[in-house]
Design a protein around this ligand. Structure first.
Ligand SMILES: Cc1cc2nc3c(=O)[nH]c(=O)nc-3n(C[C@H](O)[C@H](O)[C@H](O)COP(=O)(O)OP(=O)(O)OC[C@H]3O[C@@H](n4cnc5c(N)ncnc54)[C@H](O)[C@@H]3O)c2cc1C
Length: 398
């Protein structure tokens, strides 16, 4: 294995593989290395459907070796330390790699440990989460066997990947409870650290109707801080409109937890981070604000868009065009407009396709009102997008 690459990429997830594949389509002679420790590659957006019993978990994972573009060198190691002044990344096992240009895309870190008692009880006592490959099938186990009672669905106060996912599983579960005839004996509550159901008004209006139709109680400003699995109690920090906080304990029969999330620990402690720990990039060009030969994209950056694969799809070509321009000493030509998308599953066979930009303005792809629940958009999520991911996005052609 060599120790210097023209372009070094940290993280071979959705973003890293997309960028590598697109770069090589533009110039097959580029010398690219990808630091990626995982031997598996996941299609995470389908975990929502797995938890609702509508998708096979085995179809959400492939061997990392199968998605690595040809002509890329896969370095199966964890990046650990950055010395940007020396164009160097040091791995966890203390190997130094140097580069001419660096692309950083290591995703987001799940912080199960920030909720007291969660790690001990996750996957037991009807405490489930779609936020991990290992856990999302347990969500389906508990949803399908649920016979009524209190079902809580939480959404934390930190940034999360796919901000809609905490409620998508709530709607799917409510639909399934309804079909089984147990919804009428069930108290479904959305315990959300945020202040509103959804940040973009156009979609929030329809979602409020969905919430009302299922009879869901929305508890905003409720942040999960503790779980006692065996006794089925969840503690929330509640902040009132004046900023005063108190604690509320709720009994549950089922709880779906969206864990708090942060930038990866090794990024937080690196010179690439902003004051909150995220990779500090220009939100239009995706170039690092202090190191010209570094670009960042995906969930780990501080760009204020919805952290989604849909955003990555629009960021990757911007990074590729700007990086190639920089290599040729040209001005950076491409700009990202903050596009993000959230396919909000509202039940089996129903979906609102929210698409919006940095300003929270709808940026829709189809010539119809996407704030309406549609079967066609559900099929897009269930069948078309997974196919596109494996066959087009990871190949750099979409
Ligand atoms: C339940 C759920 C539902 C979702 N639903 C949707 C949806 O409907 N639509 C949508 O667009 N998006 C959705 N997403 C979000 C989407 O999956 C992410 O936004 C997307 O994967 C981000 O890409 P990324 O490359 O930044 O991160 P990832 O794809 O997570 O990849 C990060 C990679 O970095 C690697 N890495 C980590 N640490 C290191 C290190 N130290 N050194 C080197 N490599 C490292 C990891 O192994 C991983 O391969 C969902 C996510 C979840 C969990």
């Amino acid at each position: 294995m060599k120790n210097h690459y023209q372009i070094l990429i940290v993280g071979g997830g959705n973003a890293g593989i997309s960028v590598a594949a697109q770069l090589l389509l533009k110039d097959p002679n580029l010398d690219i290395g990808i630091l990626e420790p995982s031997d598996k590659h996941y299609y995470q957006p389908a975990w929502t459907l797995v938890g609702g019993g509508q998708f096979n978990v085995a179809d959400t994972v492939r061997e990392q070796s199968d998605v690595m573009p040809d002509n890329v060198e896969w370095i199966r190691k964890y990046a650990d330390t950055f010395t940007p002044e020396k164009n160097t990344v040091i791995t966890r096992d203390q190997i130094a790699f140097t580069y001419d240009y660096l692309v950083v895309s290591p995703g987001i870190q799940l912080r199960w440990e920030w909720v007291e008692g969660l790690q001990e009880t996750l996957g037991k006592n009807n405490v489930c989460s779609n936020y991990s490959f290992d856990q999302c099938t347990y969500t389906w186990d508990v949803v399908k066997d649920f016979n009524g009672g209190t079902a809580l669905f939480t959404s934390p106060g930190t940034p999360v990947k796919c901000g809609g996912a905490p409620q998508k599983i709530m709607y799917l579960a409510s639909d399934i409870f309804n079909r089984k005839g147990v919804l009428k004996n069930t108290n479904v509550e959305f315990c959300n650290a945020g202040k509103v159901i959804f940040g973009v008004k156009k979609y929030a209006k329809t979602l409020q109707k969905v919430v009302d139709n299922y009879g869901i109680k929305a508890n905003h400003r409720h942040d999960l801080i503790k779980i006692d699995g065996p006794n089925k109690k969840a503690t929330f920090k509640v902040t009132d409109s004046e900023g005063k906080t108190s604690e509320v304990v709720k009994d549950f029969d089922l709880i779906h937890v969206t864990p708090p999330q942060s930038a990866p620990e090794f990024i937080i402690h690196s010179p690439l981070a902003d004051e909150k720990g995220w990779i500090d990039v220009n939100k239009y060009t995706m170039q690092h604000k202090r190191y010209n030969n570094i670009f960042g994209l995906g969930d780990a950056t501080n760009t204020p868009n919805a952290k989604t694969g849909a955003a990555v799809r629009k960021q990757a070509p911007v990074v590729v065009q700007n990086l190639l321009a920089l290599m040729n000493n040209l001005p950076l030509p491409a700009q990202y407009n903050g596009y993000g998308s959230c396919p909000l599953v509202t039940g089996i066979g129903k979906l609102i396709l929210a698409e919006f930009d940095y300003e929270g303005q709808p940026a829709e792809s189809f010539p119809f009102d996407q704030s309406q629940e549609r079967f066609s958009m559900y099929m897009l999520k269930k069948n078309v997008l997974p196919w596109m991911y494996w066959n087009k996005i990871l190949k750099g052609t979409a």
